[in-house]
Design a protein around this ligand. Structure first.
Ligand code: SF4
Length: 497
């Protein structure tokens, strides 16, 4: 998961990009970058760190195009943070590009490019995408490209690339800086666009549009490309649409609650997920005194659950907003200290109480296990019952979310031990699995939202493969095995997105 933005405007374009990127800083804290097309001049700057550190001092006024990227942090990529950060630039025909997502056939793309003596120098999957697009564009017309040429080059590129991606690029078309935003054939990763006071903006989430005091106009559709040029209305073309399957995890966890993505309010979706889960908890007769969220993502769902089951909502943790990331720390002691630093229980709220602790999801389970332990030891909670506002994560994600190794998933491991079909268990099997995982996490009970509950809120047109195993973009068994075995086989795929 990464955050991307593109601006076309007359002034302060780099400052607008920096502001818009800060609004999606939650989508990546590893590195930030900016690329500018200003008349016929291209400029790229990228560095490790948060937006304010990485892009400090960058100031390009415009007019022109500026695009930006925040990179999602992943373990094991530390030595290449700067090289793998985005944007990437190709001199001929002159394109700066960022993307959010993950290409699933990088090995093939690397070979395809190698056969034409085009070589890669980084581990980022944007690099082959950019080089293939530029190669196709140059073959269609070597100079003075028109929008039709770019559309044709994208169509050729889409025939070769597989996976989930939203691309934002800046280039010069017929002498004029131009920005385009293109989404994969299923619209798996999000893309929104809006109108600023002197141009246009496109981004991963609408919060980037809000912060620029601009008008949110809607989504870039699945398989669609939109072109934005100064003093012209946006132009839209269909490149290749295969279906509609936006990532449901965006609404559950990734996106900011104040964002509108895929034309839905994320906050409202989380309230509805909480309501459904509350109804399922009622049917299990779990007896609790208070309902509390693990801050911040699960707050709307916890409010809704408290309302549905008729128990008081109470905060049980204070979150330290300045603590560092916890999940890449090298030792167990470090990680436990980090959880204590990040979440401090409010003993006066918890002591002697039976708590229903609401969280958005369980992936590896390691953090939640420490959180439960913290509530019971330091917080002196009498009982901790868990309520998770999504179904069990049983399948890896190959579309840009850092959970491509199935054996890392606690629900998969524990389900396997029970001899249950791990692809998509029925509700009875899910309830058996919940007991097993609750023990594993040291909790008194656990309730996941059912798949039916998720479908009733999110509808059928979505990617929910990590829950139900139905992948919109098919992968070969070999590739799935390679990705499950630690991403070793995808030689140029990065999990930057
Ligand atoms: S597999 Fe899960 S996390 Fe990945 S794109 Fe689909 S819904 Fe999102």
């Amino acid at each position: 998961m990464c955050g991307i933005i593109g601006i076309i405007g007359k002034e302060n374009i780099s400052n607008s990009v920096k502001l818009g990127l800060q609004a999606v800083q939650h989508r990546g804290q590893d590195a930030a970058g900016i690329g500018v097309v200003n008349e016929n001049c291209f400029f790229v700057h990228k560095d490790p760190g948060y937006v304010v550190q990485a892009l400090e001092g960058v100031d390009v006024k415009g007019p022109g195009v500026a695009i930006g990227h925040v990179r999602y942090p992943t373990a094991g990529m530390g030595a290449h943070i700067r090289e793998d950060a985005q944007p990437f630039f190709c001199r001929q025909p002159g394109v700066v590009m960022v993307h959010n997502g993950n290409l699933t056939n990088c090995s093939e793309l690397k070979k395809y490019l190698g056969d034409q003596s085009i070589y890669l120098s980084t581990g980022c999957d944007l690099e082959p995408l950019l080089y293939i697009f530029c190669d196709k564009l140059m073959k269609i017309r070597s100079t003075n490209h028109g929008i039709d040429d770019v559309v044709a080059a994208l169509k050729e590129t889409y025939k070769l690339i597989r996976g989930a991606f939203t691309i934002v690029a800046g280039l010069v078309i017929r002498g004029k800086p131009t920005m385009f935003c293109a989404r994969d054939p299923y619209g798996i990763r999000p893309a929104v666009w809006g109108r600023t006071k002197d141009g246009y903006v496109c981004a991963s989430e609408s919060v980037s549009i809000d912060i620029l005091d601009s008008e949110h106009k809607g989504d870039v559709g699945a398989g669609e490309v939109m072109f934005f040029r100064e003093d012209e209305e946006p132009k839209s073309y269909l490149i290749d649409k295969k279906g509609i399957a936006p990532c449901v995890f965006e609404s559950i966890y990734f996106a900011r609650p104040d964002s509108i993505i895929n034309n839905n309010s994320v906050y409202k979706t989380r309230l509805e997920l909480g309501k459904k889960l509350g109804q399922e908890i009622l049917s299990k007769n779990i007896n609790v005194d208070i309902v509390s969220p693990v801050p911040d993502t699960s707050i709307p769902a916890a409010l809704s659950i408290a309302d549905t089951i008729g128990k008081p909502y109470a905060e049980c943790f204070i979150k330290n907003r300045y603590s560092a990331r916890t999940f890449i720390m090298p030792t167990q002691v470090c990680r436990e200290n980090a959880v204590r630093l990040k979440l401090n229980p409010i003993v006066s709220q918890i002591e002697g109480k039976k708590l229903l602790l609401v969280d958005d999801s369980i992936v590896r389970g390691t953090t939640l296990k420490r959180v439960v332990s913290l509530l019971k030891t330091r917080g002196k909670a009498k009982e901790v019952h868990l309520a998770i506002h999504c179904p069990p994560v049983l399948n890896p994600c190959f579309y840009g979310i850092d959970m491509s190794i199935r054996e890392d998933l606690v629900a998969y491991r524990e389900t396997l031990k029970l001899g249950i079909d791990t692809t998509s268990p029925c509700l009875d099997e899910q309830r058996r699995m919940e007991k097993q995982i609750a023990v594993c996490l040291g909790a008194d009970s656990l309730t996941y939202l059912s798949i039916d509950g998720l479908n009733s809120v999110a509808g059928r047109d979505k990617c929910a493969a990590c829950f139900d195993g139905k992948y919109p973009v098919q992968l070969s068994d070999t590739l799935i095995e390679e990705m499950r075995n630690g991403r070793k086989g995808i030689s140029c795929a990065c999990t930057t997105s």
